[in-house]
Ligand binder design. Structure first.
Ligand SMILES: N[C@@H]1[C@@H](O)[C@H](O)[C@@H](COP(=O)(O)O)O[C@@H]1O
Length: 261
C-alpha cells in the first residue's frame, strides 16, 4: 500500500486525475470504478476540466458505481446513479448506458446484486477504482463487521453512516435509507488498482486503522492491506494519526518517476 500525504485536496485531485487520464490514454476502453460522497468530487471536477480541454475522453470507457441506496425513487437527487450522472458522467463524454449502478429499486434485490457482479465480470473487471472511506472505516457501504470476502449484496447502514450522510438529505437523518446495495470487499479487491482519497481530521482514525491497524472486519478498509496495488492519498489532517508518516513522505519524495502511481 502506498500512502501519499499532500497539502490539500486540489493537489490530491491532480494526482488521481493523472491516474485516470494516464489509464484512458493507454486503454481508451478502460473500466472505471466510481465512488460517491464528497471525497472524489475534486477529482471529478479535474477530470471534467481536462475533458473540456480535450485532454481526455471517456467515449469508449465504461464505469461501475460502488453502491446504491435501496428504495430511492428514480428521480431522487441522492440516488447514487443520479449523483454520478451529476458529478461526473453528465460532464464528460461517456456513451449512453456506459455508467452502471446496482438497481436499488429491483423487486428481487439478490438477483440485482448477482446481475451487477456478472456485469462487472463481463466488462473484464475494474481497471481503476476510486474510493473514499467512512468515519467508521467503511468502504463503499461495507460497514464494520462486513465479510472480508463479501460480494455485491444488501447491507443495513449503521446509525453513524446515516448520521454522516444526513447532510445530503437536508440534515434529516430519517430521510436517509436504512438499506443499500454495495459491492463487497471481495469485489472491490478484484479491481486492478484502487485509489482511496481521504481528507479532513474526521477521517484520521479510519485512515490510521486502515493503513496501520490489524486487518479486521471492524475496519473494513483494512482489507486493502492485502491489495497488490492500492494507493491512499490523504491531506495533512487525515494523515495526522499515521505512525509512519515520515517514512511515507520520504518514500514519495524519493520516488522514481518511472514508477508512476
Ligand atoms: N457510500 C459512500 C462511500 O463510498 C464513501 O466513501 C463514504 C464517505 O463519504 P465522504 O467522501 O463524503 O466522506 O460515504 C458513503 O457512505
Amino acid at each position: 500500500m502506498e500512502v501519499i500525504i499532500r497539502p490539500d485536496a486540489e493537489d490530491i485531485a491532480r494526482i488521481v486525475a493523472d491516474a485516470f487520464t494516464g489509464l484512458l490514454t493507454r486503454k481508451p476502453d478502460a473500466v472505471l470504478g466510481l465512488a460517491t460522497g464528497s471525497s472524489p468530487l475534486k477529482v471529478y471536477d479535474e477530470l471534467a476540466r481536462r475533458h473540456d480541454a480535450g485532454e481526455v475522453s471517456f467515449a469508449r470507457a465504461r464505469a461501475f458505481a460502488l453502491d446504491e441506496y435501496v428504495g430511492l425513487t428514480p428521480d431522487h437527487p441522492q440516488r447514487y446513479a443520479n449523483v454520478l450522472q451529476t458529478e461526473i458522467a453528465g460532464r464528460v463524454d461517456f456513451a449512453p448506458g456506459a455508467v452502471q449502478a446496482p438497481d436499488g429499486l429491483a423487486d428481487d434485490l439478490p438477483a440485482a446484486c448477482a446481475q451487477y457482479e456478472a456485469a462487472i465480470a463481463s466488462a473484464g473487471g475494474v481497471d481503476l477504482q476510486i474510493l473514499g472511506i467512512g468515519t467508521d472505516g467503511h468502504i463503499a457501504f461495507n460497514e464494520p463487521g462486513s465479510s472480508l470476502a463479501s460480494r455485491t449484496r444488501l447491507k443495513t447502514l449503521t446509525a453513524q453512516t446515516r448520521i454522516d450522510n444526513a447532510r445530503f438529505f437536508d440534515d434529516n437523518v430519517d430521510a436517509v435509507p436504512r438499506h443499500c446495495l454495495t459491492q463487497g470487499l471481495g469485489t472491490i479487491m478484484e479491481a486492478r488498482h484502487v485509489v482511496l482519497v481521504a481528507t479532513g481530521s474526521a477521517k484520521a482514525e479510519a485512515v490510521h486503522r486502515m493503513v496501520e491497524g490489524a486487518v479486521s472486519a471492524m475496519w473494513p478498509g483494512s482489507i486493502l492491506q492485502f491489495h497488490r496495488h492500492a494507493t491512499v492519498l490523504v491531506d495533512e489532517a487525515a494523515a495526522s494519526r499515521l505512525q509512519l508518516s515520515s517514512y511515507y513522505r520520504a518514500a514519495y519524495e524519493g520516488k522514481p518517476d518511472w514508477q508512476g502511481l
